[in-house]
Design a protein around this ligand. Structure first.
Ligand code: ATP
Ligand code: MG
Length: 588
């Protein structure tokens, strides 16, 4: 592995005291039972996400604090206090009651980042129904599959999206009893078999006591990103809020009253766990940008909204790097004190760029839809080794393991061995099922461990280093090559903006490494540049690991949640079927 320096903490003076100051001590003292108790107050209390996010927060004095501020294209701001958000959520819970939607039924949304999505989500939790947020750019086919798989009884969407995507599917969705529409202008007739969301909300009472749900009741249905194959339906229970709260405190370090910006869309698990639930349980003010990524706009938001804690993704960070540090410097960010990242491996280069551009590193965090909350992380008070994902969150037992046969595995206790990330079940946000696929669910558990399907190694300090998704790993001349390691080395070349590495068949080596490179602005593809980048990679990695081939690409295929789809590059390279493309960016 390439040598990297350690970024030492504590960070700048004037920052709030971190919740996690001593990792080992917090880990020793932490228990999930205690984390639950701290959240709900009594061991025998019911657990309901809406209660913890709103009622409990209001009882703690956050009622008049702004819970969420939505910013539109023209910089208009609409904001809701915790108390106002509760009224909206309660109205929606009453709407569900009036429509006789039973507890446990699925309520889906097909909405952009709008206040109604928050009201529907929180109202659905309060009513004890299951919230399934769908990404608004999905086309008809992916929508149909997800609504069918989730047995959705209610869909809340806009009139425009309904006419464009859903109307023609109604016959195929017999279980979908209620479609509630947000209307851009309320003139004209509603489409058939639809109701007016705003009218229902107006007529509903604005007080509701959250249903007495239990820890085991399903609250959320998320679909995975589809990076490695067909997206899976993942259910999380109300107990997920315990882990989402604990990690919002210990990892994101959210203090009540602070401004927090999670850039993920609520169509993905991050946008709900840390774009809705976790932050509300911490009493922060969330920023919600209704627009898509734009470097200038993002810097303006960070400055003008006085963002203190920022949770974003490697793709966005790399795009900011591509736009250049001069642009970062056109503004100042005196309130910003903590930056974190999730979704893809975060290259050491990007962590270092955080230091250069903002004077602090990005803190990598690792988790999955299936884990429901952050599992491995860099903590704000702990030193950061760029390129490492950090250590297991308190309460999480994480190991590196090797499958040794059907139903058995070996825990790789000595450091630096590469194996699959395994987590000991018992954390409250662990998924409760893969929808309609109990077999697949069972197969994730071996010998009392949950196997994540990602490869990593753990160093002697307990820091995890991402190696690659099990499907992406490259086997060449008997070596296991980590695509992440090769990509990280290529990222160090000044011409490289983004890169994806795959294995291609090779008669001698089995597989050879091929890299797809997106260039920074100011660089043009040429054979000379290709040779320079190859030379750079060989110097850093050695000939056995460096790519044999480099192809320039204008834009790499990504999921809508911003992950590079190596499986698609592989399929195209080999002329194989492209598989499920429902989550490919730019598709409808
Ligand atoms: P699918 O399961 O449908 O193929 P997906 O795994 O991308 O899609 P998500 O649950 O959204 O769906 O993403 C979780 C995955 O994202 C992890 O298993 C891991 O591969 C990757 N990931 C998340 N955070 C990190 C990180 N910090 N470093 C490296 N990889 C990460
Ligand atoms: Mg996955």
């Amino acid at each position: 592995m390439m040598p990297t320096r350690t970024i030492h903490k504590p960070s700048a003076p004037g920052t709030t005291a971190h919740y996690l100051r001593d990792y080992d001590r917090t880990r020793r003292e932490f228990s999930w039972a205690q984390a639950r108790l701290e959240l709900v107050g009594r061991a025998d209390a019911h657990l309901n996400i809406a209660h913890e996010a709103l009622d409990h927060r209001i009882a703690l004095g956050s009622g008049d604090i702004v819970a969420a501020r939505f910013i539109d294209r023209d910089w208009n701001r609409v904001e809701f206090t915790y108390r106002e958000l509760k009224r909206l959520a309660d109205r929606f819970a009453n709407v569900l009651g009036a429509l006789a939607v039973p507890r446990g039924a699925t309520v889906a949304t097909l909405l952009g980042r709008v206040p109604e999505l928050f009201a529907v989500g929180l109202g659905t939790f309060a009513a004890g129904a299951v919230f399934s947020p769908l990404f608004s750019a999905f086309g008809p086919e992916p929508l149909k599959t997800r609504l069918q798989l989730g047995h959705a009884q209610v869909l809340v969407t806009t009139e425009t999206l309904y006419r464009r995507k859903v109307a023609a599917l109604r016959e195929a969705l017999p279980e979908l009893r209620h479609v509630l529409l947000l209307r851009e202008d309320s003139g004209g007739a509603l489409p058939e078999r639809c109701a007016d969301f705003a009218a229902l909300m107006r007529n509903a009472p604005d007080a509701y006591d959250p249903a007495p749900t239990t820890d085991a009741d399903v609250a959320l249905l998320h679909f995975t990103s589809g990076t490695t194959g067909k997206p899976k339906g993942v259910t999380l229970t109300h107990a997920a809020v315990i882990a989402q709260h604990a990690t919002s405190r210990l990892v994101l370090d959210l203090h009540p009253g602070e401004v927090f910006w999670c850039t993920a869309d609520p169509g993905w698990v991050t946008g709900i766990a840390y774009g809705l639930i976790g932050p509300l349980t911490r009493g922060v003010t969330m920023i919600v940008d209704r627009e898509e990524f734009d470097a200038q706009r993002w810097y303006r938001i960070l400055e003008a909204e006085r963002v203190a804690v920022w949770y974003t993704a490697p793709t966005a960070i790399r795009m900011l790097m591509k736009a250049g540090t001069a642009l970062t410097r056109t503004r100042t960010y005196p309130q910003l004190r903590h930056m974190a990242s999730v979704g893809e491996p975060l290259n050491a280069e990007a962590v270092e760029w955080g230091m250069e551009a903002f004077g602090m590193p990005f803190h990598d965090t690792w988790w999955q839809t299936e884990t429901g909350a952050i599992m491995i992380a860099n903590f704000p008070a702990c030193d950061v080794v760029p390129g490492s994902m950090g250590r297991a969150v308190p309460g999480i037992e994480a190991r590196v393991v090797r499958r040794t046969g059907a139903g058995t595995l070996e825990i790789l206790e000595s450091p630096e061995q590469v194996g699959e990330i395994a987590l000991r079940p018992g954390w409250p946000s662990m998924f409760s099922s893969y929808l309609e696929d109990p077999n697949r669910y069972r197969q994730c558990f071996i010998d009392g461990w949950y196997l994540a399907g990602d490869l990593a190694r753990r160093d002697q300090d307990g820091q995890f280093w991402f190696v690659g998704r099990a499907d992406d790993i490259i086997k060449s001349s008997g070596h296991l090559i980590s695509p992440f390691e090769v990509e990280s080395a290529l990222m160090r070349h000044p011409a490289v903006a983004q890169v994806a590495v795959i294995g291609v068949p090779d008669a001698v080596a089995g597989q050879a490494v091929k890299a797809f490179v997106e260039l920074r602005s100011g660089f043009e593809p040429s054979d000379a540049l290709r040779l320079k980048i190859l030379g750079h990679a060989r110097r850093l990695l050695g000939a056995a690991v460096a790519p044999r081939e480099i192809a320039f690409s204008d834009s790499l295929p990504r999921t809508r949640s911003g992950k590079i789809m190596r499986r698609l590059l592989r399929a195209r390279e080999l002329g194989l079927p492209e598989g499920d493309l429902s989550t490919l960016e730019g598709r409808e």
